[in-house]
Design a binder for this molecule. Sequence first.
Ligand SMILES: CC(C)(COP(=O)(O)OP(=O)(O)OC[C@H]1O[C@@H](n2cnc3c(N)ncnc32)[C@H](O)[C@@H]1OP(=O)(O)O)[C@@H](O)C(=O)NCCC(=O)NCCS
Length: 231
Amino acid sequence: MGYSDPPFAILPAAYEDIDTLLDIYFHAFAADGVYPYLYPGLSREEKIAFEASGPKRVFKEQPWAKLWKVVEGKSEKIVAWARWHSPRPLTAEEREQVGDPDLFDQTIPEGSNMPLCEDLFAKLEWAEHTFVDREHGLFLNYLVVHPDYQGRGLSKLLLNVGLEEADRIGASCFVVSTVAGEGVYRKVGFKEIDRFVVDTRPWGGEEVPWFCMRREPRSAEKVKRDERLSN
Ligand SMILES: CC(C)(COP(=O)(O)OP(=O)(O)OC[C@H]1O[C@@H](n2cnc3c(N)ncnc32)[C@H](O)[C@@H]1OP(=O)(O)O)[C@@H](O)C(=O)NCCC(=O)NCCS
């Protein structure tokens, strides 16, 4: 699929990749304002097992949610990944369902920072319930680049998969962004439509904003015009 220089390839990720993806996730979120406070009493393996359980279930049960990985050409080492949810018809029962399926039926493990986990998960669920249009829009639920590989354009490879689909079918895209992601999303046309704050001050952190962002599709004329300009 897409390659950049030095050679990176973007490929569909497999179920067997998911633990590795979550390991990269914890590396990438080590500098985040909230994640380092979420699981103070859990080992790295326990954190990965908990955070991987949702994506594993989604991988098996929700074929419209596609995991993509970026691998380094020669070694095929995974260095970045994302998950895009494409629009799909909903059943009446599903229309009643709220929030992110990743967060359903999961008991937060002992050793986690319960009040902070509950606060963050409830706010994410609210944002997704309020703004994700599962029937007509795309939803970007993860975008993660290993810190050693950030700043090299890899997020754009992963973003383009969904943005190109969105423009092709005339659909909007939604993401709940961290502080690190906000500028990256803005560059590709997302705009802030709401925000919430997660307060980590009781544990030595700060008030951390999260951005609810939407991108409207580019018209076919605009896609053509931008392609002409970039050639
Ligand atoms: C956010 C993240 C995915 C960006 O990945 P990346 O591969 O380093 O980003 P890229 O190198 O592809 O940068 C894409 C563009 O955004 C720009 N950019 C990057 N960070 C930016 C920022 N904070 N503000 C404004 N622009 C920024 C880059 O300059 C680049 O611009 P260009 O198209 O003109 O070259 C990565 O930093 C990450 O994994 N962070 C931790 C996890 C996280 O917060 N993910 C977002 C979850 S919503």
